[in-house]
Design a protein. Structure first.
Lengths: 419, 419
């Protein structure tokens, strides 16, 4: 398979660059540096980025593609392989702020995306790039949400998919992948096992034209997360918040939201401001937060446990970069127990009407902990990210009716519901 | 409780009018005519409606409130009690059209709403009206989706809620109501029993200030469904489709989408065109379609069965009006079995990436049947409505991985996945 001569018409991307040693490469399906094995990310023509105006963006569609001039692929609408996610609500969380004693709190609710997690953003960008790079099958290693999104994108595009998941995923996430009709492979191991296997598969002849969104086209995939930073800035009226709290699995989402804020200021779309970035993990999988607490950026892998399965990456690739972003901006990281996660889901639901999956519970519970420990300023304007949907992790907060009665006024009265 | 002197500032609504005998009433929490017991609907100042322009609407927010000048309540943003639903995707369903031999087919996908069904639209309008009418507790009789939406709206607004559901609902819909923390009352009977009980409760002193969205403030509630017609017209570039297929429970959604199309043409926002309206039911609950097939508009109530629980209203209040709309426009109605519903869910998922709840499966399967029987024209531009989310009715299409293997290349090879 040969790369197109002029890849990604109109794109501001000019190549790939190593996050460790800054070695540069052309646009291609490559994710690791041949010099130092460091991760690659997309390199942009900064002059081209600087020409993008607020008006350009505001004239775009009500989805992530309004930011196409800031993304590595998809400037030409005909090239997009997408469910058109994005522009999800930024909710003024007055009751939650009051409950926590905060001045101003927003919830960026990404459960409104087509497959109800932020993964639709990264998959749309990854598959748009992959399609132009000549791949003809879509794949991923997933903790669940990514599986849903890749299978759904492939179905819409009419392209075969093969999705790899740990065998012990929540039933909801299994059905919500299987329904799209692609290959769905349960691996008898952890997500980290699945991920390693997929890395090996990309090296086989049989998978040469298969795009694993978070492996061989990962640099493009990761850039999709920037839209969660762009949208918050635009929805606040083209300005940056003071603090953000972001769930961490690989740690990549946090680094890309931070990158989005920095980029917007650099190209003049918002006033520059330091945004303190906070990371949230579960106690069952806390290798990044634990490293930060120990004063190191060397991540010691863990074997994940606990209910926040979508965050259960024990060997998080972007961990050191997340620690760098948090340290540079004056933020912090913390982690919470399964019971705190459940309480976080309920607190968010009861104060905002947003039903989050366990990852959202992790964020709310970590927000509370960061307030209690004085790490997060209750007076500073804060945005928390809910990245997924409660309907996918129902068992975490399985609920029952408060009363069960026969269909008569008498029964209702006897149940004490008539005062 | 006294009604406000000038209800609903800026609203084009001037009163309520009986759908049977045209008796007129002032704006109030009243749903039945004192003369003939017919259902009331909102009466508008047509001169005021006719002044609304496309530009007015396009300048509004990306949710149902852009149509506030055409709704009974909510013109003043400060009065809105809302999760801000609406402007959900209209998807060009190319692969599904090809599979069914159709020229042009769109899916209006309302699973993107905040609680993932079209009910957020009607609840937002009902509670906005209810709040201004002085109600201080929110309630409903629900087959599930409405319960989710009322409980979530109440949580966001910080208002108590009491929600009544049949005791045999899908667990997903129970948890997705319970999580919001209001009262959730399971009734040992069918939805029709729940509905009758709620009608009785509105007459009690204890529920005098409780707004049952689909009982005592039903005229306002029903108007919210018009936005599903407005949005389709706007998303098509301010024009009407030739055919629409709509799921029927009470039958009200169908009548209001038809009303929206008629209204848009009357006030000059789109060119007039006859839109053939088709209704879809399940074989387990088909009283409206059965009446039409028998050549009558007298509905014989049924005892609902089958998996399409969100449509299981055996005594559908708006049935005769749905038959009138279908007959007037040259449409038709049909119904499908549980197996056809499951196939419909899978076909939609595999061709569009949209995972619908059982009601969406009813629509897709009915579309297929209408094509097979020659009732629906495959050459005419058609819009089908998916009103809910597959994650809420997972059991209907519970899926499993296509393979389960150990985490090694060898195991993947032995499973036949390497060619």
């Amino acid at each position: 398979m040969s790369a197109p001569t002029v890849p990604f018409t109109g794109s501001p991307a000019i190549g790939l660059v190593c996050r460790n040693c800054s070695a540069k490469y052309p646009i291609a399906a490559q994710h690791a540096c041949w010099e130092c094995f460091g991760p690659l990310e997309v390199d942009y023509d900064l002059d081209k980025l600087a020409k993008v105006t607020r008006a350009d963006i505001e004239a775009g569609p009500q989805n992530i593609w309004r930011y196409a001039p800031l993304l590595p692929a998809g400037v030409d609408p005909a090239t997009r392989v997408s469910l058109d996610p994005g522009m999800t609500p930024l909710i003024d969380a007055r009751n939650l702020a009051a409950a926590l004693g905060m001045r101003k709190l927003w919830v960026k609710d990404d459960s409104g995306n087509p497959t109800h997690s932020f993964k639709d953003r990264v998959v749309s960008v990854a598959l748009t790039a992959a399609s132009q790079l000549g791949f003809d099958r879509f794949a991923c290693a997933s903790t669940g949400n990514l599986a849903n999104s890749v299978a759904a994108h492939a179905a819409r595009a009419g392209v075969p998919s093969i999705v790899f998941i740990p065998y012990d995923l929540e039933p909801g996430k299994v059905t919500a992948s299987a329904v799209y009709g692609g290959e769905l492979i349960a691996i008898e191991g952890s997500y980290d096992d699945v991920n390693r296997l997929c890395s090996e598969l990309t090296e086989t002849d049989e998978f040469e034209t298969t795009a694993f969104v978070n492996v061989n086209v990962r640099p493009f995939y990761a850039e999709g997360s920037k839209t969660l930073g762009y949208e918050v800035a635009e929805q606040l009226g083209w300005r940056l918040p003071e603090q953000v709290v972001i769930p961490m699995a690989s740690g990549e989402l946090l680094t890309k939201v931070d990158k989005a804020f920095t980029e917007l200021a650099e190209i003049g779309l918002v006033d520059d401001r330091n945004v303190r970035v906070f990371g949230a993990q579960s106690a069952g999988c806390n290798p990044i937060a634990t490293a930060l607490h120990a004063g190191t950026d060397v991540i010691t892998p863990v074997k994940p446990t606990g209910i926040a399965k979508s965050l259960n990456i024990g060997d998080p690739a972007a961990g050191p970069y997340a620690i760098e972003a948090v340290t540079r901006t004056g933020g912090w990281m913390d982690f919470v127990s399964d019971d705190e996660i459940r309480d976080g889901i309920r607190l968010l639901a009861r104060t905002t009407g947003v039903f989050a999956e366990t990852a959202g519970g992790v964020v709310v519970a970590t927000l509370r902990k960061l307030l209690e420990t004085g790490k997060l300023d209750p007076e500073a304007e804060t945005v928390i990210y809910n990245t997924g949907e409660g309907l996918k992790t129902l068992d975490a907060v399985a609920g029952a009716p408060t009363h069960q009665v026969r269909p008569s006024l008498k029964a209702v009265r006897e149940a004490g519901l008539l005062g």
